[in-house]
Design a protein around this ligand. Structure first.
Ligand code: FES
Ligand SMILES: [Fe+2]
Length: 336
């Protein structure tokens, strides 16, 4: 699937940038191949406009922010949060024509990130109960480009068979036999429940609060169409660790991996840096293998054998849901 060619994907919300990155001025982002600029508007909320000045096409992200408006770095044309040009410094007489404007996108702040939907969203931003639960702290983990497709990353997130291969160096169990697994498609995603033994290497012991060589993860996975996942992990000692992973689509071949987590312990018990270091080791294992996959290829669903394997079913359900949704909105899947 070439994500930049599927119009429906423009109708979802994506987390594109930590809000803190906008403190120092405007920042560019490429979302589904579209170049946008983000900045903080007059009320401190994020604004997303096309990153192209309507005067002589300079990128607005090269400019500055003044009183919540963005000022082009070329000749100073100034745009408000709706994309309307409100000042042309060289124009001392005529009023500003209505055509002096740039397209604006829906933009919101949620969970500490700026979210953008390029067209009318078909779904609101997903709710995370941990975000308002005082029992949890939020730790921002990764914001980095991976050269892989969002769907590949989502398939991987729900695929229990890769643990003992890809995660040999971290928590991968020697032989992978999930004790139980269930899955259920929801209207806008998928819910899975897994209980599996995992290795507990030295570097993980403090993070999971156990000195044993093995531990057990009980995991509830939620997939939110199209490229977001919540993985709520609980350990035998009651510790809860919920990971939110988003593969925000940059273009047909790359995604911005935006990941944060919620923990039921405190900074004094386990420092965030230690949690990030362990999840970094795990995530690097995934990154290496996922960047070797084909972003446009689809699993051969006529082969059928994968439908018999719990480890492959979530990826197949995701693919079928996405294809059904495309059809519902009058689109076919586009390949390169
Ligand atoms: S190109 Fe932006 S003000 Fe001239
Ligand atoms: Fe993994």
């Amino acid at each position: 699937m070439l994500v930049t060619r599927q119009k429906l994907l423009r109708r979802f919300w994506y987390p594109v940038m930590p809000m803190t990155m906008l403190d120092a001025g405007p920042r560019p982002f490429t979302l589904l191949g579209e170049k946008i600029v983000l900045f903080k508007g007059p009320d401190g909320r994020p604004v997303a406009l096309l990153d192209r000045c309507c005067h002589r096409t300079a990128e607005l992200s090269k400019g500055t922010v003044e009183n919540g408006n963005i000022v082009c770095g070329y000749h100073g044309w100034t745009y408000d949060a709706t994309g309307k040009c409100v000042r042309i410094p060289q124009n001392t007489e005529a009023s500003i024509p209505a055509s002096a404007k740039v397209p604006a996108y829906r933009c919101d702040a949620r969970y500490g990130y700026a979210w953008v939907a390029l067209d009318e969203p078909v779904q609101p931003i997903f709710e995370l109960t941990e975000a308002t639960d005082p029992a949890y702290r939020q730790i921002d983990q990764f914001y980095e480009v991976w050269n892989c497709a969002g769907l590949r990353l989502m398939e991987n997130s729900f695929d229990m068979a890769h643990l003992s291969f890809v995660h040999k160096g971290t928590f991968g169990p020697k032989s992978h036999v999930p004790r139980s697994m269930s899955m259920e498609a929801s209207e806008w995603g998928l819910e899975t429940n897994v209980e599996t033994p995992v290795a507990n290497p030295e570097m993980a012991r403090n993070v999971v609060g156990s000195d044993a060589a093995e531990t057990v993860r009980v995991m509830r996975g939620s997939w939110f169409l199209p490229f977001s996942r919540r993985l709520a992990i609980s350990y035998p000692n009651g510790l809860r660790h919920t990971i939110i992973t988003n593969a925000t689509p940059i273009d047909d071949r790359s995604s911005m991996v935006v990941q944060w987590c919620y923990r039921s312990d405190t900074e004094a018990q386990v420092p965030a840096a230690e949690i990030i270091a362990f999840d970094r080791a795990v995530t690097n294992e995934d990154k290496t293998i996922l960047e070797s996959t084909d972003p446009d290829a689809c699993i051969d669903t006529t082969r059928r054998i994968e439908f018999h394997m719990d480890s492959d079913k979530p990826g197949l359900i995701m693919r079928e849901k996405l294809l059904a949704l495309l059809r519902e909105y009058g689109e076919e899947e586009v390949h390169g």
